[in-house]
Design a protein around this ligand. Structure first.
Ligand code: NYM
Ligand code: MG
Length: 237
């Protein structure tokens, strides 16, 4: 067995409509894992940091300050994910569990909801790291409306969220676990945690796979020979 595959961390993504409770659940899960002395790191997409040009642009776009066409916004969101791909792999190989609030699936679902084709969107995300589990917080679009500060941001309308919901449906695969966003935080944490602990065990010695692409990252991957890509322009980390 390749030595670099000893006890890698699990790659966990939280997905769902706006106001489905992903961020709250992510924080609770990080706390639970830390209490169990399991190394864990939280990340979120988009990164809205004002000190990098893409983060600042996406922040303005989401708060409706500027307009971007669907292809442009899609590629800016996607670029942020590719910019930290090497860093994410490195953390997993160091044995850290990654809890990631939104990922490629948000990118695809929101762009398909705007009218872009599923194939085009998936192709843009192809080659990113594939999550071991996608925990999908299932929320009825009409219920999101009742949650705090709804409607402040672009995309926060019931009609648009219905389309996002339908687009997410088309992405379901065997890595997805559906959780009801209407459950209590305690129930959600219990169920998410048992899925995460199982994923840690099952994947500890498995290579990280690539999203929407056959092939795996193994020892010979060029990714492992390259220096991690760092720039203040694309990534604030
Ligand atoms: N969003 C998020 C996209 O449209 N494409 C993406 O690739 C990602 C990661 O940004 N309404 C949208 C979904 C959300 C918004 O996310 C910001 P949040 O988690 O609501 O702050
Ligand atoms: Mg939101």
């Amino acid at each position: 067995m390749a030595t670099n595959l000893l006890n890698r961390g699990a790659f966990i993504v939280l997905e769902g409509l706006d106001r489905s409770g992903k961020t709250t659940l992510a924080y609770l899960l990080v706390k639970e894992l830390e209490q169990r002395q399991i190394p864990v790191e939280f990340m979120r997409f988009p990164d809205r940091s004002k000190d990098n040009v893409i983060g600042d642009t996406l922040n303005k776009y989401l708060s409706s300050g500027i307009e971007l066409n669907p292809e442009t916004s899609h590629m800016l969101f996607t670029t942020q994910r590719f910019a930290v791909k090497d860093q994410m792999l490195q953390k997993l190989m160091e044995g850290k569990v990654l809890i990631v609030d939104r990922y490629a699936h948000s990118g695809i679902a929101y762009s398909v909801a705007k009218g872009l084709s599923l194939e085009w969107c998936k192709a843009k995300e192809s080659g990113l790291l594939r999550p071991d589990i996608v925990l999908y917080l299932d929320l009825l679009p009409s219920e999101g409306l009742k949650r705090g500060n709804y409607g402040e941001e672009r995309f926060e309308t019931v009609q648009f969220q219905e389309k996002v919901h339908n687009a997410y449906d088309q992405l379901l695969d065997d890595s997805w676990k559906i959780l009801s966003a209407h459950d209590t935080p305690e129930t959600l944490v219990r169920s998410a945690l048992s899925n995460i602990l199982r994923a840690c065990e099952l994947n500890a010695h498995k290579p990280v796979e690539l999203l929407y692409q056959s092939g795996r990252l193994d020892e010979k991957s060029p990714l492992k020979e390259r220096q991690p890509f760092r720039t203040n322009v694309l990534s604030s980390q």
